[in-house]
Ligand binder design. Structure first.
Ligand code: C2E
Ligand code: MG
Ligand code: MG
Length: 548
């Protein structure tokens, strides 16, 4: 999918749909003339050479659709019609019925090719639109930015801005995701209005990237800040307070690409947010790497100091309404503050620390398991990182630890993200087979966010796939996502793979997923991740309630 926006076919379908090209028309005109002379000098319409006329007909109708197909059909019919002899040596002309019939044939073929290609083009444009625009808002997205990357590398739009919506969570809690999308559309419209000639991209739900010229930036920047200061964005009659932070990077040098410029503006925006400023201009001493290092440095001690702990997130069997499994999720409590895994696992993954952390998690889960049940009737899933796969001795160690305690076969399982699996398919296939042979159930995590793995599913020895939170949450916002979820479930079932839907936050979502035949559900609708004792209490209470 990555290369979709740059592929030949995308260019062909999207660009030819804009249609008028004098060069193309001249080439086709030349073809018509050549075919005319070709037919003439090979003896007239009595010979089969006249079928060469289908070449320009197909070309024109492919590009100009049904109407183009009909027009070229008439032109081609007339060229090989009253003015073209049946036999050029004896100059015997054709019967009218003969060329009229042929002309109708040409028109029919032109219209048919035009019709088919118009349908294909429509499908292509729809896919392209979905791929290059944020689904909920229709604002050009990161893929669109990438597709224009080369075009703009040297143009004059050399100011990069990142706009963060700081109070995104609060707004979503207040008005819901659908209305939040409406708000983003209003913000987008306001920016387009204020910032002359700016290009704006929605990079994620709370972040916009804006690119504009220095002139436009100088003329309009203050106006933009004022607009956000003065204007209250009203959604469903509710005036909302939108707290923004803007990061600015000005100018571009040879060793600083457009993408680098946006990264710098992101760092500046984070700086603004952290210091409660409305905006901040990038300075080279915004030392985020240093900040990362500090955090990384204290991570080894975190294990020793018992600052890491696990929470367990229940997974419910959607057919029996019983909690049948948990996912172990790590947390780090540092100086009284709980740090989310997304803030330190990616850092740890850049180092060998991730192996120690994963080994610690396996041991911790094994120790916690008897606190949950004494009957080996519940499964606990552990998240394994991509980097862990490059350490075969760690994989052996995990197998050994699980086997030692006899926790194999549906008691302790492993989750691996889709992008991890796809990164090195051959390696992961071998490792997955090793784990499978050791009796450890395998799940692909965050399915739907990475590269398209559907085609590879049949080759992988996996037991479950987990559809990503974002995907599941979007189900009610667009039909396309719902169809995709349905297709994933059906396809997985055909391969005897069970499906877990992550991110179930409402009863309505649970019901919809049950209707689609999804096997398991996980999400805040059931519970937030819990400490082991609370997880056990929750499971007992939930299961009893549902049984009665
Ligand atoms: P994941 O493995 O996909 O875990 C699911 C994440 O989605 C968890 O976030 C969970 O709290 C969240 N989630 C589940 N249901 C809902 C819902 O209904 N609504 C919302 N908004 N969120 C929901 P968490 O615990 O913050 O973990 C984030 C990611 O960090 C995990 O995604 C996983 O990739 C990584 N992670 C967490 N623990 C570990 C770990 O022990 N080892 C490794 N390697 N990675 C971990
Ligand atoms: Mg997971
Ligand atoms: Mg997940």
């Amino acid at each position: 999918m990555k290369i979709l926006t740059k592929s030949f076919w995308t260019k062909f379908f999207i660009q030819t749909s804009q249609r008028f090209s004098p060069v193309f028309l001249s080439v086709v005109l030349l073809m018509l003339v050549l075919v005319y002379f070709f037919v003439y000098f090979t003896g007239g319409t009595q010979n089969a050479y006249l079928h060469a006329m289908y070449i320009p007909i197909v070309f024109i109708s492919a590009v100009y659709g049904i109407k183009g197909g009909l027009v070229i059909g008439v032109i081609a019919g007339l060229l090989l019609g009253p003015i073209m002899p049946h036999d050029t040596t004896t100059i015997v002309m054709q019967d009218t019925i003969n060329w009229v019939y042929r002309m109708l044939y040409f028109m029919g073929v032109g219209a048919l090719v035009g019709f088919i290609l118009d349908r294909v083009r429509y499908q292509f444009e729809t896919i392209h639109e979905l791929y290059t625009h944020a689904t909920e808002t229709g604002i050009p997205n990161y893929q669109m930015y990438l597709s224009k990357f080369d075009e703009h590398e040297s143009d004059s739009a050399d100011v990069s801005l990142t706009m963060l919506i700081n109070n995104y969570e609060d707004i979503v809690v207040l008005i819901g995701r659908e209305q939040y999308a409406e708000l983003l559309k209003k913000i987008y419209a306001a920016l387009i209005e204020v910032l002359d000639g700016a290009e704006i991209y929605q990079v994620d739900t709370r972040k916009l990237w804006i690119e504009l010229s220095q002139k436009s930036f100088k003329n309009n920047y203050v106006k933009m800040l004022q607009r956000f200061e003065d204007e209250t964005f009203v959604i469903n009659d509710v005036p909302l307070y939108v707290d923004i932070a803007i990061g600015v990077y000005i100018g571009r040098t040879e060793d600083f690409s457009r993408l680098d410029a946006f990264r710098a503006s992101e760092i500046a925006a984070l700086h603004a947010k952290k210091n409660m400023l409305k905006y901040s201009i990038y300075q080279s001493d915004f030392s985020y790497p240093h900040h990362h290092l500090e955090r990384l440095g204290s991570l080894p001690m975190a294990i020793k100091n018992k600052e890491l702990y696990l929470l367990y997130h229940p997974i419910v069997d959607l057919k029996t309404d019983q909690v049948v499994a948990f996912e172990a999720l790590i947390r780090w409590k540092k100086d009284g503050e709980v740090i989310n895994p997304l803030e330190f696992i990616p850092l740890a993954e850049e180092t060998k620390l991730i192996d120690s952390i994963t080994e610690w998690i396996v041991k911790e889960v094994i120790a916690d398991y008897p606190k949950l049940t004494s009957k080996n009737d519940v499964m606990i899933n552990i998240n394994v990182s991509q980097r862990n796969l490059y350490n075969p001795s760690l994989i052996e160690r995990i197998i050994e630890l699980i086997k030692e305690e006899n926790y194999k076969d549906k008691t302790i399982g492993i989750e691996m993200t889709e992008s991890t699996v796809m990164l090195n398919l051959n390696l992961t296939r071998t490792l997955l087979t090793t784990l499978k042979e050791a009796g450890i159930p395998m799940a692909i995590d965050d399915f739907g966010t990475g590269y398209s793995t559907l085609s590879c599913l049949s080759e992988l020895p996996i037991d479950r796939l987990k559809i990503d939170c974002d995907f599941v949450m979007r189900m009610f916002q667009d039909k396309g996502t719902e169809s995709l979820v349905k297709m994933i479930i059906n396809y997985a079932h055909e391969l005897d793979i069970e499906v877990v839907a992550e991110g179930i936050e409402t009863e309505r979502l649970e019901k919809a997923l049950k209707n689609l035949g999804c096997d398991f559900g996980q999400g805040f609708y059931y519970a937030k991740p819990l400490p082991i004792d609370e997880a056990k209490a929750f499971m007992i209470a939930y299961n009893n309630k549902k049984k009665s």
